[in-house]
Structures are given as C-alpha cells and as structure tokens.
Design a protein around this ligand. Sequence first.
Ligand code: ZN
Length: 281
Amino acid sequence: MKVAITYHEDFGKHGFSVLKERIRPSFEALMESGLVDGKDVQVFKAKPAPLALVEQAHTATHMANMEADPHRDVAILSAGSVMMAAEMVAKGEAESAFAYTGTAGHHASRGSAWGFCYFNDVAITIQRLREMGIERFLIIDVDPHFGDGTRDFFGKDPNVYHVNLHSGRGEEHDGQNNNYDFGLGFGATNDQFLDALKHALAQASDFDYQMAFVVFGHDSHQDDYGGFDLTIEAYPRMAQLIKDSVGEKGLVFVLSGGSSVPVAERVIPDVIRVLAGRWPS
Ligand SMILES: [Zn+2]
C-alpha cells in the first residue's frame, strides 16, 4: 500500500470546536476524489492510544488535569490515529500515512497543554515506535504556530531532529541539539514558505533518521487563522518537497491546525495525492 489514512468520525463530532468542522467535509472530498481505491490508498478506523503510553508521555498532574476535560477521549483517539498510521509505516505495510485528528498535539508538553492540544500525539507515537526498535526521527512542523510542546519532549533528544516553520521572527539553528526554527513572520507567501522548507530539509539532510513526521497545519492558508498567506498551490508542492527529501524512509503526515472547510476539502486530498504518487492528477 502506498498511503494509509487513519480516520474516525468522532474527530468531526467531538473534536475541538475550531478544528472539527473541516473533518467530515474534507474526508468526504477525499472519498469523492477517487484516490481511495482500497489497494494503493486505504482508510483505517482509528483506535484510542493505549492509556499506559499516554501516561508514560505526560506527567501525573497533567493526566489528572485532563481527567474531566470534555476533549480527553477524542485527544486519546487522535494520538491513537497517529500511532496506528505510524505503526503501519514502521511495519512496512504502508509507504506513507496521513493521520486525521480531532485535537492537535504540538502545544502539549509533558506537564501542560494549550492551543487546541491535550496530549502530544507525535511524542506518544514515538514512544511506541521506540518500543518497536525505531530510534531516530525527523519532525517537520509546518503549522505556523511554534511547536513548543514537541520541543519540550525532544529539544534535547539527540535522536530527534525538530524543524519549525513558524510565524515568529528569526532563524535559529541549534545544531548540537538538532533543532531548527525558521520564523517567517506574518504574511509569509508560498515562495517564502517553500524556500524556507527547502532550506530546512537541507539542514536536516545530514541527520540519519528512520522516519519523518509532518505536523501539518493548514491554518497557514491565507483564508485560515494561522497568519501565513499561503494559497492552495503551496500544499502539494510542500508535500512533494518533503516526500522527495524523505525518500524511502517512512513518512507520516499528522493533521494539525486549520478550520477552513474549503481549504481542508482541497489541501488534504491534494497532499494525499502527492503521497500516493498521483500528483499532478
Ligand atoms: Zn497552528
């Protein structure tokens, strides 16, 4: 299989208010696109992440704070979606994967969370992958909000290279800790964004990783809320650049920020089309 897609209808029903309206329409657009053929591109129903792994990633205090939160269950299901997607790639069942989520993850630190995030889906998944013997990861966060929670987990981890293309200012490269942050400011255009991505991928190219995650927020679209000025053309180009750079290694796209229904209906199938090797259609 070329692309495994993990999805659950609860993401659109019980996901965070800002994020959830795009879920069902974008999934329906994907199903109508003809991409999902049951062979090269398949959809799998997400299952909740094992609670023990969530508890291992987060502090007891954070777990207690989340206990009564109305988004707790959908956040655990979101982490499970990412985990299922990554496991299929790790086992060689899929070349790449796209994980739908109902809450985001990159603002979730070990002991706290904010910004539509509750548990760090990628960090929880990496724990699971390490149990499977996979150690080294590249995380490319293209959501315009800085992935502070992910940095809390992996900022000092020599086996994770963490890239952020964000709407702050300034370029910071911490080569010792494998962190690279590129602040594009507000109003970044397609070319500015894609040039920064190329630069970031070049920076990370010497890092010998086994699997790559893309924290994919389409809140970077000019009609969405993240502060960049991207248009729909940017997203398949972004996916192609990443796919070409990652090559034969595993690649998992993780849905992050974004609320615009028309944007999601377009860019999610476009990204999956690239992953399936069917771009341009
Ligand atoms: Zn965002």
